[in-house]
Design a protein around this ligand. Sequence first.
Ligand SMILES: Cc1cc2nc3c(=O)[nH]c(=O)nc-3n(C[C@H](O)[C@H](O)[C@H](O)COP(=O)(O)OP(=O)(O)OC[C@H]3O[C@@H](n4cnc5c(N)ncnc54)[C@H](O)[C@@H]3O)c2cc1C
Length: 378
Amino acid sequence: VTGPIWDLVVVGAGPAGTAAAAAALRQHPQARVLLLDRADFPRDKVCGDGIAAEVFDLLDELRLPDAAAGCPPVGRLRLVSPGGATADGALRRPALVIPRAVFDDRLVTAVLAWGAVLRRHRLRDLQQHNDMVLLDGEIRARVVVGADGAESTVRRLLGVAPNRPAHVAIALRGYAPVATDLAGTQVIAMARRGWPAYAWSFPIGDGRANVGYGHRLDRSTGRAETLTELDRLLPGAADGITQVRGHRLPLSTSRPRVATGRVLLAGDALSLVNPLTGEGVHAAVLSGMLAGRAALSGADAGRRYRHALRSALGRHLRHVGVAALLGRRTAVIDAGVAAAARDPAAFDDLVDLGLTDGLLTPRVLRGLVRSAVHHPGQ
Ligand SMILES: Cc1cc2nc3c(=O)[nH]c(=O)nc-3n(C[C@H](O)[C@H](O)[C@H](O)COP(=O)(O)OP(=O)(O)OC[C@H]3O[C@@H](n4cnc5c(N)ncnc54)[C@H](O)[C@@H]3O)c2cc1C
């Protein structure tokens, strides 16, 4: 094998992969960083396109500041629980809805300007040696970050099984003209039938909205039935829908052990999707950033990464796991949304738990208890 030994090879140039490359180059501007992606950019990625404000804090830290340019913030969120409780409030920090074809391409462009190299390449094989990793028999790397998404090849090649169906969601999304009453608001309407499942409408600012419906993989639903459910929960929102595509979401309620060697997993490849909301971009950027930092920090990148990830996300992942377990009962979700409708601070806490790295706070727990006492059996 000839050619350079790359300091870091990142497989997958989505948010996790570009954050990894950016973090590595920020620490070591001379490092040789190669990004591999099977797709040409710009490329579509099936997503709700909702990007939490906190993602932009991380991107600022990585000096990737322009990903939101020209996209109007969406300041309101409406939650409708399975039993019909509604919380409609201003977000403490407005979110952005940016088609991933745009968002991801901006991140890739920025890391290339920093000195990363992008190659179109679909990874098929990976062999770990003492001093390096050999990819597809031709690319040598000191460290590899597997950021290749929900169907991660790197993860499979490490011998790590995919999540079982109870810990995977599947969702369909498309773009449709935004219904007048849904403009300027992110709406999440939860289903009673087939719970956990919900429909969403997230306006992208050009008269259209990203609309979709997601449910757990072990509750099988065909495409036609999915679109019917979407229309039932958000009547009219999917009228004129185009670009309908589906994709899996590996939920953080079942995560593989983080490796300790030269191959690190980040983002969806590590099953970091929030089980309450399907949000995954924040954890993808955060984990990618930590993986990229650990990658060039010397011996045992994997161990450093594991510690960094645990201290950044460990508590949140435990809390959201407990919340998902409690939330299997629709009555708990009804009580949570009712609590959020009464108390703007509880609303903020729930948003943080669902969209970034928030915790199940005493305020939310008190709200749950109060709702249960006042509306038992709801
Ligand atoms: C329908 C739907 C709605 C969602 N809505 C939201 C939302 O509104 N907000 C939110 O925060 N999250 C949402 N998510 C989750 C979010 O999309 C993911 O968590 C996020 O994209 C994870 O980023 P990533 O970088 O880990 O992986 P990805 O964004 O999937 O990027 C992986 C990259 O790896 C490349 N790749 C894959 N295999 C290979 C290979 N073998 N060789 C080379 N390259 C490869 C792919 O081409 C891709 O570019 C949603 C997901 C779905 C399915």
